[in-house]
Unconditional design. Structure first.
Ligand code: SIN
Ligand code: FE
Length: 299
């Protein structure tokens, strides 16, 4: 399992190739990802065309969403600008999405055909000084879990690339391994109120039924963010990702926070824990073991 001092593993790849090559040598690293490491590629950049460089401004955002996202149904959300701007932005995000898919196919052959590409995003807003509620505040350590989006135990794998043109790093903090974190927080967990999941679904608060797994992951997310002593004193380290760096992480497992930076690409993938190399490392299994009960409804 990833200890804090070697949680980040660096690789020399300079190419997004879907198969191993001289410039893209890294493959078969499922065990590192599942062990809670951040896989880091300091020389794997996402290149913008001269025309695309016009999008390196917060003004490309419609001002409502903090990210511009390309959904898996092909729709673009959160962008301002002309029809041409929006078409060009979509092409840019789509190109990143395709490259990210090539990369994960090479890195994780065991997952081939099993990873589902979800949304991709371009994040043009400056992190520093962003003002938000504590629950949405990603400058606090957290594991990814979303109130309206139950995942039913499915893993969240994310590929990020910093494309800041002025040399600004994406500044993260990463925390202790998930099992150790859970050991600390498990005594504070409370079970869901019976019937609440059905009510939230009927009221469309959630997009699908919130399972017990989703309930506990959201509690962990919230309780960790609300615990200021934990935020300050918990085992953690700072990690700076310079421009031109790509990193890959299970964001439902690695405790993380973003402290600074601007201009980043991101692609999310879903993976059923049964398709992992070591399914027992999934937060679902770790939580079920710790709580001594099944957290998904019987199929
Ligand atoms: C997050 O997933 O918490 C945000 C990551 C980032 O914006 O760098
Ligand atoms: Fe996050």
């Amino acid at each position: 399992m990833a200890a804090l001092d070697d949680i980040v593993r660096n690789f020399p790849d300079t190419d997004w190739s879907a198969t191993p090559t001289e410039r893209a040598p890294t493959t078969n690293v499922e065990h590192l990802l599942e062990g809670g490491h951040v896989l880091c590629f300091p020389h794997l950049a996402f290149a913008l065309s001269v025309q695309e460089q016009r999008f390196l401004t917060p003004a490309v955002s419609d001002g409502k969403a903090k990210n511009i996202s390309l959904r898996d149904d092909g729709s673009l959300r959160g962008a301002s600008g002309s029809a041409q701007d929006q078409a060009d932005l979509r092409d840019m995000i789509q190109r990143f999405s395709t490259q990210a898919q090539h990369l994960v196919n090479r890195l994780f052959p065991h997952y081939r055909g099993k990873l589902r590409a979800a949304k991709a995003s371009f994040r043009p807003m400056q992190v520093e000084g962003r003002d938000t509620s504590w629950r949405k505040d990603d400058t606090r350590l957290h594991v990814d879990a979303f109130p309206s989006n139950p995942v039913h135990g499915v893993r969240l794998l994310r590929v990020f690339t910093n494309l800041n043109p002025a040399g600004a790093p994406r500044k993260w903090r990463v925390g202790e391994p998930f099992p150790e974190f859970l050991q600390r927080f498990a005594p504070r967990l409370t079970p869901p109120v019976p019937g609440s999941a059905a009510v939230m679904r009927a009221l469309k608060i959630t997009k699908s039924q919130r399972t017990d797994y989703d309930h506990y992951m959201l509690q962990l997310h919230d309780k960790m963010k609300a615990d200021l002593a934990y935020q300050k004193d918990a085992p953690q380290r700072d990690v700076d990702f310079d421009p031109g760096t790509t990193w890959v992480v299970f964001s439902d497992q690695v405790l993380h926070a973003v402290m600074g930076g601007q201009y980043m690409m991101e692609q999310t993938f879903y993976l059923e824990p049964t398709h992992q190399l070591y399914p027992h490392t999934a937060p679902l299994k770790v939580l079920e073991d710790m709580l001594g009960k099944a957290l998904l409804p019987a199929a």
